[in-house]
Design a protein around this ligand. Structure first.
Ligand SMILES: CC(C)(COP(=O)(O)OP(=O)(O)OC[C@H]1O[C@@H](n2cnc3c(N)ncnc32)[C@H](O)[C@@H]1OP(=O)(O)O)[C@@H](O)C(=O)NCCC(=O)NCCS
Length: 171
């Protein structure tokens, strides 16, 4: 996992433009305009400098030019010391444990380096894989917000999951 560079734009576009990625993400546009990727990479880099979000590209260990997906804190509140998880993986690499590996590294980073008190995430109730990823990383379901999201003309129920520092210490 590493911070994004503007040269990553083409690889990122190949993934974010896919319908399979947009379908279960809460706010990803579809179709995804190519120029938005450049804007997004700059946005992510600026956020990291400000400390308001930390998103990383995931690449294969033995083929570092191969972009697998994204994992990060899409927002960090310095006031409340919490961070919200966000991630996606290219469908070519689904169900190989990449998202779980990346999220678990991110939790280490969030609790140890950023000193967060709480990490949380949200996923559509139908997104079984995402809920499973968060649960495998130790997050617990805190509730379900019915019809929280209007996605492609359907209201979707959304699971809220969270983990606080003292619970993470015991994982
Ligand atoms: C959600 C997502 C990131 C998961 O990435 P991944 O790298 O495939 O996740 P992992 O391989 O680490 O773990 C997936 C787990 O879900 C399970 N799973 C996947 N689909 C499932 C299904 N239909 N029913 C039951 N379990 C399922 C897998 O078996 C695995 O669990 P296991 O290790 O206990 O067997 C990926 O599917 C994705 O990018 N989806 C589109 C974007 C998205 O939804 N992002 C999250 C928004 S909240």
């Amino acid at each position: 996992m590493r911070p994004y560079e503007i040269q990553d734009a083409e690889s990122v576009f190949k993934v974010v433009k896919l319908r399979e990625i947009a379908e279960t993400t809460i706010s990803m546009p579809h179709p995804y305009p190519r120029e938005t990727v450049d804007w997004w990479i700059n946005f992510v880099r600026e956020n990291m400098e400000k400390g308001s979000a930390y998103e990383f590209g995931i690449f294969l260990k033995d083929r570092p030019s191969e972009y697998v997906g994204n994992c990060g804190f899409v927002s960090v509140s310095n006031q409340h010391n919490h961070g919200e998880l966000g991630y996606f993986i290219s469908p070519d690499y689904w169900n190989k444990g990449y998202s779980t590996e990346a999220c678990s590294k991110l939790l280490d980073f969030g609790f140890s380096k950023l000193g967060l008190e709480r990490v949380f995430g949200r996923c559509m109730a139908k997104n079984i894989a995402s809920k499973r990823v968060m649960e495998k990383c130790g997050l617990k379901v805190e509730g379900v917000a019915k019809h929280e999201v209007l996605k492609w003309d359907n209201y979707e129920d959304v699971f809220h999951l969270g983990l606080i520092r003292s619970e993470w210490d015991y994982i």
